[in-house]
Structures are given as structure tokens and as C-alpha cells.
Ligand binder design. Structure first.
Ligand code: ADP
Ligand code: ZN
Ligand code: ZN
Length: 731
């Protein structure tokens, strides 16, 4: 029996903690088991990462663990290693990373294995009872009605939101009763896979892709670049069939917004197997159940959003990431891990193939595919029948705008609405401060020292270059034509929706953005209503571009093309290209050809022209070259250090001191400190420091070396600061 354990705790401190094992603990602690320990005045649950017979701490300093919660490691070795790797890569505490990897219920101490399940059913008297007697007790009536059809588990009843007091009342009457049953793990799918429906006959491109994928064994990563509607999902299904036939499980990751009932049902109806669905709308218990089903192998398919990446599989077969370019795969708060990058790492560790699918590859994946690190498969034809969309540019230089909309666009909207169709309007306001634009001549104010646009900082009253720090007071007149009609601030989605309601009172408007969809189920409700045709005008951010088919939308308008293209964020053109391509693929279907219109002051802009005429593929390859020349990701590697403080000078000084610990030479670059694009938020000043290196390893080594010194800085305690490796948003 070891005398001491080293424990990773879910606290931000980048260290582990030693505890002694008291005699009262009878089973043997080992790596990967949970322990409950005293920590300050609280009790925390952490994971054992090692055991030992000796300890460096003085006997009076060391505390004992309170309880050992498991008798075997929670995570398979591969996932444990993945987490350790991720904590190191993202420079976060191992305890925080490990707790990301576990369902909340387990973090709180729930049992891992459920040996029994509790079922509720009607008793004989419950069956005989007349529902009329429950007229005055509608809640009780609902319970009886639910149980008349079939017996249910506690979780199923909870998910129907049935009233607990009503159940108690019925139990007291002897109408319903609970009973326990031992769980049997059903693995029959591994020997005998049954299909729920016949697969489609693959077209030649799909057949080549599937054949290539089926030849792979062990770790491989493949980028499946297929235009919208080219039948990528059908390729996933064909791959799944052969993986499941080998008795192996598949993990499918989709963007936050992509996990709709339609998506799930495509996988559920093809195979007669248990599908575990994992997303943020589940209760802690439902999530744990899904996790268990995956871990035991009972669930053949696991489908979920970002955090489902850490779901253990008893028989790992493959990992598929759909819409791999989607930014929701990167966690923005807390530990900023990227599920795509970790999925590839997991594939390595579990020796299974990884498939990344998209119509619009991220430049990261594209680079890997072009360099040969990933296999590259392409689907260039539409599988279903749909017509090509009509594309157009509306030049709004010097045009009067009504809440951001030109006459030409308003007219077009009216025509489509009057024809009984739906209209979709995008305003890509992700919170970037915009460039300074002249409304008369379209001139964009550019840094005199860099090939970059100035960013407007309304609250500071200045324009600033985010590449060199160069800044001036906001000019009153256009540097090109002298006009005073300079615009920086644009319209938001809320204002736009209001204006449309006034302009088209007969046609109901729905707005889809983070604000209107934060409530559980809200997005789904909106989407259903859109499909039923209850709304005619759809206003949204890029959330609306993902994975949804709106057959009655015939007009898509992109309002703020300039703001999306010319922001401080170097990823802005890439994101815009993805958005544009995704929406063009969605506008109109077989029966109704679609139109996509872009409003811009830059009607001759090369990026726009390239996108329209050559498509995303060529556009993205050109962008990749630009990134290489500018030494930006994915060519170079980036770490963003954010700091915020009540006094701007604290944040500035802190980051200046950080900069001194970082090397600067031909292979390492330090940029800043500089104000964040949103430089002040909630009374705090926000500052950025960017550390860039030519190689991944160099970044790792240099920053690992600097980190202890940074943590020891007195100012580190006066600022809130965080590290974002491979940042997706320079906010
Ligand atoms: P993607 O995922 O690439 O956008 P989908 O897999 O959703 O494309 O396919 C688009 C449409 O084409 C779907 O309605 C699908 O059922 C249909 N489809 C896909 N592959 C085939 C095929 N081989 N034969 C006939 N229809 C197909
Ligand atoms: Zn500059
Ligand atoms: Zn001008």
C-alpha cells in the first residue's frame, strides 16, 4: 500500500498536491482514480496521478485524503495521456484539464458503474384506476398517461418534466411503484449489425472516398473536402457501417449548432444500434448515462459537441468531425482547447483513423492536407439535385442606407417575400471593432507602417493598428477624398430586426444570434418555426449558416461584408469565405433557385471577386499563401496572453514584464502589449500580448521556461490574465 498520493485538483494553480493515505482507506489508490481531499476550507474531488512511499513535505504539513472514490481508473489510458498532453500544450493546470474530460456528475462524486436501474410502472390498481378520478389532479394524470404506454426509468420521467409531488402522491395511493433491475450490458451489435434502412448507391466520387477510408487501419487523418450537398454525410454513414461491422465504436463530433434532431435521426435510422447523444442541454445524470454507455461499449455510436471528445470508448473505431472549420470546436472560456486538434491527437493515441469533413476547410487543415500530413479527399459534385445560385454584389458607396440596407437590397427583399418565399439576412457582428470606412469614396484607412487596416476604438477616440501599435485620433475627414462621412460603427442584429419589422409589417421576423438562443431549446424552437414557415424574414449571425437547410429561403443578403472582411482579426477573410460559401450552398434548393447578394463599399475587392468566381477552394489556397508571407498561423504558431485590470497601467506593465521573459529573434516574435479590439469591458481595461514562433516546439519550450517567472510576478496577482494557445478569436 503506497503511503502518499499525488493529486491533480480542479484549481487554476499549475501544480499537483501531495496527500497521505490513512489506514482507514482499504483499497489501493492508483493513477486515474478519484479521491476526495481537504483543500483549504473546502473539500475537493481530484484525480490521483501518482503514488509513492515517500513525501518531501514535513509530516505536520501533509493532510490525509478523505475518501477513495473508485476501485479502478476512470479514464482509459489513452484518454488519460491525452489530457496530460493537453494540459501541457495549453499551459493549464492538469486538474482543470482532467475535470474538463469528466462528466459533471463524476466530478461531483457520482458512482461510475450503475449496477441497477430503477424503473417506474403502474401497479394493478393503477392500471385499473379510472383517469376521470384525476380530473382535478392534472399532474398526476400526466404521470399515469405516460406510464400507461410503457414503464420508464427515473431519468426518462425526469426528462418529461413530470411533477415529483404528483409521483409521490400516486406512490402513496399505491397506483405506481418502483422496482430495481440489474443492468445487463447489451453488446449484441458487435456480432450482428442490423441496418435500419438501405444505404444509398454511392456516386463514383463517394465510392472512391469510402474505398480509400476503408483501406485505412491504425492512425490516419483524412480531410474530406466536399461542397455543400455533395453527400459527405453519406460517406460518414458508409464508413460507420464498416467500422461497426468490425465491432468497433465511432465518435462523431458536430458543431454546437449542428446537433439537431434531423442530424441525429440520420445516424439513428441507418443502424439499429444504441446511439449516445451528448450535448450541453443534458442533465448531469443523462450525461453520465451516455458516458457509461460509451465506456461499456453499449452505445455503438457516440455523437456530440465539443466536450464529447473526451468520451471513453471500450472499442474505439474511428473519430469523425463534421464541419471541422467551425469555431465552436475551440472552447473560448477556461481551458481553451481545440476539439479538432485534440481529436487528431486522440486518434494517434488510440491508433484509429480520424476523418475531418467540411465544405470549407480551415486553413490549418488545408495546410496539413496540402503538405501530405493528412490524406485529402474531395467531393466536387452535388449528390442531390440543386441548381447553382445567382450571386451579386450591391455597391453601396455613396448610397443612402436604411439601417444598413440599401434600396436595391430592400427592393429585392420585397420581391422575394411577395412571391411567398423566405429571406435570410446575415450580419456578421462577432464583436470585432470595425475598420474606418469612408461612405463616399469607400476608402479604408490603412496603417502607414503596415499592410493592415486601422481599427476604430470608439471609447478611446482613436484608430489603431493591431500589427504595430501605431495610433491616431479618429480623423474627421477621409484621407482620400476629404469627406466627413466616415463610418466605423455598424448596425447590430437587434436593430436590423426592428427595422425590418417596420419596413415589412406583414412578414414576421425572427432573429437568431447568441442572445436569442441562449435559453435551452430556444434555437430548436426557432428553427422549427422557420421550417413551418411561421417566419418569413430570418435575421442572424453566422450561427444560421451552419448545417441547416432552409428549402424556402430564396434570397440571402450579406449586409456587413466590409466589417467582416476588414477587421483586426487575421482570420476575418477566412471566416467570411466560409460563411459566404456555406450560405451560398443553402440558398434555394431543387425547386427554387436562390440568390445571394453582398452589400459592400469595395465592389472591386479582389477577395470578393475571387470567392465569387473561383470558389472557396482557390480562395483558401490564396489566403494560406498570404498567411505564410505574413508569418501568421497556421504557418507560424501563436499564443495570446490576455490581461485585464481596473487600471490600464497594471495590465500594460504586467504584459511588458511578461514580454521580457520571452525570446525575440528571427524565429520568435513578441507583439504588444496593445489594447484588445474591445479595449474596455465592464469597467476593466483589456490588453493583449502576442507571442509567435516559427515552430510549435519552440513555442512550447520558450513559454514553459517563462511561465514560472510570469506566475511569480507581483503584478500577476493584480490582473486577471489568461493564456490562449492557437487563439481563434482575437477578442
Ligand atoms: P453534405 O453532408 O455534403 O452537405 P448530404 O450527405 O447531406 O451532403 O447529402 C445531400 C443530399 O444528397 C441529401 O439529401 C442526401 O440524401 C443526398 N445524397 C447523398 N448521397 C447520395 C447518393 N449517393 N445518391 C442519392 N442521393 C444522395
Ligand atoms: Zn501598423
Ligand atoms: Zn473618402
Amino acid at each position: 500500500m503506497p503511503l502518499f498520493v499525488e493529486v491533480a485538483l480542479p484549481v487554476p494553480m499549475r501544480q499537483t498536491f501531495s496527500y497521505s493515505v490513512p489506514e482507514s482507506v482499504t483499497s489501493v489508490p492508483a493513477q486515474g482514480m478519484r479521491v476526495k481531499v481537504p483543500f483549504g476550507r473546502q473539500q475537493l474531488i481530484g484525480l490521483v496521478i501518482g503514488t509513492s512511499d515517500t513525501c518531501n513535505l514535513a509530516p505536520n504539513q501533509i493532510k490525509s485524503i478523505i475518501e477513495l472514490l473508485d476501485d479502478e481508473p476512470l479514464l482509459p489510458d489513452s484518454l488519460y495521456k491525452l489530457t496530460v498532453w493537453a494540459a501541457r500544450y495549453y499551459f493549464c493546470s492538469l486538474g482543470q484539464m482532467l475535470s474538463q474530460a469528466l462528466p459533471v456528475a463524476l466530478r461531483k462524486g457520482a458512482e461510475v458503474t450503475a449496477d441497477t436501474t430503477i424503473f417506474w410502472s403502474l401497479t394493478t390498481s393503477g392500471n385499473a384506476a379510472s383517469l376521470d378520478t384525476l380530473k382535478r389532479a392534472p399532474a398526476q394524470k400526466k404521470v399515469i398517461e405516460a406510464l400507461l404506454k410503457t414503464e420508464m426509468t427515473q431519468e426518462e420521467l425526469t426528462s418529461l418534466a413530470l411533477s415529483k409531488p404528483a409521483m409521490k402522491a400516486l406512490q402513496d395511493k399505491g397506483w405506481i411503484a418502483k422496482h430495481e433491475r440489474t443492468n445487463k450490458i447489451d453488446l449484441s451489435w458487435r456480432d450482428n449489425l442490423e441496418l435500419g434502412e438501405e444505404p444509398l448507391t454511392l456516386n463514383p466520387e463517394q465510392a472512391v472516398a469510402v474505398a480509400t477510408l476503408n483501406q485505412q487501419s491504425g492512425y490516419h487523418c483524412t480531410l474530406l473536402e466536399g461542397i455543400t450537398g455533395s453527400g459527405k454525410t453519406e460517406v460518414y454513414l458508409a464508413l460507420l457501417e464498416s467500422v461497426l461491422k468490425q465491432g468497433k465504436q465511432a465518435l462523431i463530433l458536430v458543431p454546437e449548432i449542428g446537433l439537431t434532431p434531423q442530424t441525429i435521426s440520420r445516424f439513428k435510422s441507418r443502424f439499429k444500434v444504441k446511439v449516445a447523444v451528448i450535448h450541453s442541454g443534458l442533465t448531469d445524470n443523462q450525461r453520465l448515462t451516455a458516458w457509461r454507455q460509451a465506456k461499456t461499449g453499449e452505445a455503438a455510436i457516440i455523437i456530440g459537441t465539443r466536450s464529447a471528445l473526451f468520451t471513453p470508448m471500450a472499442y474505439p473505431g474511428t473519430i469523425i468531425l463534421d464541419e471541422e472549420h467551425d469555431s465552436s470546436f475551440k472552447q473560448q472560456e477556461g481551458v481553451g482547447y481545440h476539439a479538432r486538434d485534440l481529436a487528431v491527437m486522440r486518434g494517434h493515441l488510440e491508433k484509429i483513423p480520424v476523418l475531418l469533413g467540411t465544405a470549407t476547410p480551415s486553413l490549418e487543415s488545408l495546410q496539413n492536407a496540402l503538405s501530405g500530413r493528412y490524406k485529402h479527399l474531395e467531393l466536387g459534385q452535388r449528390a442531390g439535385n440543386a441548381e447553382k445560385v445567382r450571386q451579386g454584389i450591391i455597391d453601396i458607396s455613396n448610397q443612402p442606407l436604411k439601417t444598413g440596407m440599401s434600396h436595391a437590397l430592400l427592393n429585392e427583399i420585397r420581391i422575394h417575400l411577395d412571391a411567398g418565399n423566405q429571406v435570410l439576412l446575415f450580419l456578421n457582428r462577432r464583436g470585432f471593432s470595425p475598420a474606418l470606412l469612408c461612405h463616399e469614396c469607400g476608402h479604408l484607412h490603412e496603417c502607414d507602417r503596415c499592410d493592415a487596416f486601422f481599427t476604430v476604438h470608439q471609447s478611446l477616440g482613436e484608430i489603431r493598428c493591431h500589427h504595430c501599435g501605431n495610433h491616431y485620433a479618429i480623423p474627421r475627414q477621409c484621407h482620400n477624398c476629404g469627406s466627413t462621412m466616415l463610418m466605423g460603427q455598424g448596425v447590430g442584429t437587434e436593430q436590423l430586426a426592428e427595422a425590418l419589422e417596420k419596413e415589412f409589417p406583414k412578414y414576421p421576423v425572427v432573429r437568431i444570434d447568441r442572445d436569442t438562443t441562449s435559453r435551452k431549446g430556444a434555437l430548436e424552437g426557432h428553427l422549427n418555426a422557420i421550417h413551418k414557415g411561421e417566419y418569413k424574414i430570418l435575421v442572424g449571425t453566422q450561427m444560421l449558416a451552419k448545417g441547416h437547410h432552409f428549402p424556402d429561403v430564396t434570397l440571402v443578403g450579406l449586409l456587413d461584408v466590409d466589417g467582416a472582411l476588414f477587421s483586426a482579426d487575421f482570420r476575418a477573410p477566412e471566416r467570411f469565405g466560409q460563411l459566404y460559401t456555406q450560405v451560398s450552398g443553402r440558398a434555394g434548393r431543387a425547386r427554387k433557385p436562390g440568390t445571394v447578394l453582398m452589400q459592400t463599399h469595395q465592389a472591386n475587392n479582389a477577395i470578393l471577386r475571387e470567392l465569387m468566381h473561383k470558389g472557396y477552394g482557390e480562395f483558401a489556397r490564396a489566403q494560406l499563401n498570404e498567411r505564410k508571407q505574413a508569418l501568421l498561423p497556421p504557418a507560424w504558431h501563436m499564443l495570446l496572453i490576455r490581461a485585464e485590470a481596473h487600471l490600464a497601467i497594471d495590465a500594460d506593465n504586467f504584459l511588458s514584464q511578461v514580454a521580457q521573459f520571452l525570446p525575440q529573434n528571427e524565429e520568435c516574435e513578441v507583439i504588444g502589449p496593445m489594447p484588445a479590439p474591445m479595449d474596455k469591458k465592464a469597467g476593466k481595461y483589456r490588453r493583449h500580448l502576442i507571442f509567435q514562433t516559427k515552430s510549435r516546439n519552440l513555442l512550447q519550450q520558450a513559454f514553459e521556461h517563462a511561465l514560472p517567472q510570469i506566475e511569480a510576478l507581483p503584478l500577476a496577482k493584480r490582473c486577471r490574465w489568461s493564456l490562449d494557445r492557437d487563439p481563434q478569436d482575437l477578442l
